[in-house]
Design a binder for this molecule. Structure first.
Ligand code: DAH
Length: 347
């Protein structure tokens, strides 16, 4: 038995030397000390069969051997642990001279969406509900409900895309399709004032150039209440523009014709770049054309369910795309829909 112990001790030491990692260590432990069939364990089990004297002596010896082996085992474990730690430090050490890795490209909102968000924020602070509406729309909401006579040339001036010949369905040529829709939505019984703003995409069959696109964005709003007048119209628009540009703006009205307002106007804003002196942005006019506006036509109010004797309204619509072009000095409208990242990444 003594010899067996010695042999196991030698064998263990020999094999321990060859162990290089935790897995090897665990195999070795299993092989010698497993409770079920470890080589050392079997010897300890054999002790039971010895006479008391011998058992004592052998027991003592077996314990010494066990302690010896355990000590060696623990030394080896520490050795392996240190080596692995050193490897990790080696692998993960920070090279302070390494150049910065390029940042992952992150997307951001399109400049038109940014302009739209800004306008929505200002308008909702002014008490307007913000609404969205259909882009594929019936001729009725785009024109008929807005007091466009059937054969009126204004219909043609909008260069509307119809879905097919002889159909009432078109891609809306302006967001004014929302006027009668929203009056009806918020004024079920003809007694409620409404303030609504509705940005959106519009479509026209334009000859494309630097200032004309087939698809662009508008922002429109209306107020229906009692005793609405032109002073209210100007004040509301000025307030909105002030929010947009962060300073007081000067505006002027020129007569303009839109079938759904009476009177109707075109509004210009004094050029913010040159303060009216004349520059490239305002084409040396000192003023920039901003939007169409007016007091709602009685026929439109009636179509929306209001009695025009009692109720009145103001409305104005502007090109969001044009606002974004002015804000960022973009010279060609076609950039917006180009999907060209070299353009988009600038905003
Ligand atoms: N819808 C008109 C257009 O696209 C713009 C417009 C003019 C809107 C006058 C209005 C308005 O609300 O009152 O040209």
């Amino acid at each position: 038995m003594k010899q067996e112990l010695k042999k196991i001790q030698e064998e263990f030491k020999k094999q321990l030397k060859e162990v290089a990692d935790f897995a090897g260590l665990s195999d070795l432990e299993q092989k010698f000390f497993s409770r079920k069939n470890g080589e050392f364990t079997s010897i300890m089990k054999g002790l039971k069969e010895l006479t008391d004297d011998v058992k004592k002596e052998m027991g003592q010896m077996a314990n010494d051997v066990k302690k010896d082996l355990e000590g060696l085992f623990e030394d080896k474990r520490l050795q392996i642990q240190q080596k692995e730690m050193a490897d990790i430090v080696e692998r993960e050490s920070i090279d302070v001279t390494q150049p910065l890795l390029p940042k992952k490209a992150k997307g951001h909102l399109h400049p038109i969406t940014q302009a739209q968000d800004k306008m929505e924020e200002i308008a909702s602070n002014m008490g307007f509900v913000i609404e969205d509406g259909p882009e594929l729309e019936s001729d009725y909401y785009v024109f008929g409900a807005l007091n466009f006579p059937d054969d009126h040339p204004a219909r043609e001036s909008m260069d509307t895309f119809y879905i097919s010949d002889n159909t009432d369905w078109c891609m809306r040529a302006h967001v004014s399709n929302m006027q009668v829709r929203l009056m009806r939505k918020y004024n079920e019984d003809g007694t409620k004032a409404v303030r609504a703003a509705y940005p959106g995409k519009v479509f026209r069959n334009e000859a494309l150039d630097a200032t004309h696109e087939h698809t662009f964005h508008q922002f429109e709003a209306f107020v229906v209440d009692r005793n609405i007048n032109i002073g209210n119209l100007v004040a509301v628009i000025k307030e909105l523009l002030r929010g947009l540009y962060g300073r007081e703006v000067d505006v002027r009205l020129r007569p303009g014709y839109f079938p759904f307002v009476e009177p109707g106007f075109e509004m210009d804003m004094k050029c913010l770049f040159c303060r009216g002196e004349g520059c490239r942005v305002c084409k040396h006019l000192g003023w920039v054309e901003m939007l169409g506006c007016g007091l709602m036509h009685p026929n439109v109010l009636r179509e929306g369910g209001y009695d025009p004797q009692e109720w009145s309204g103001l409305a104005f619509g502007m090109g969001l795309t044009r606002l974004a072009m002015m804000r960022y000095s973009i010279e060609d409208i076609r950039h917006f829909m180009s999907g060209d990242l070299r353009f988009l990444q600038q905003f």
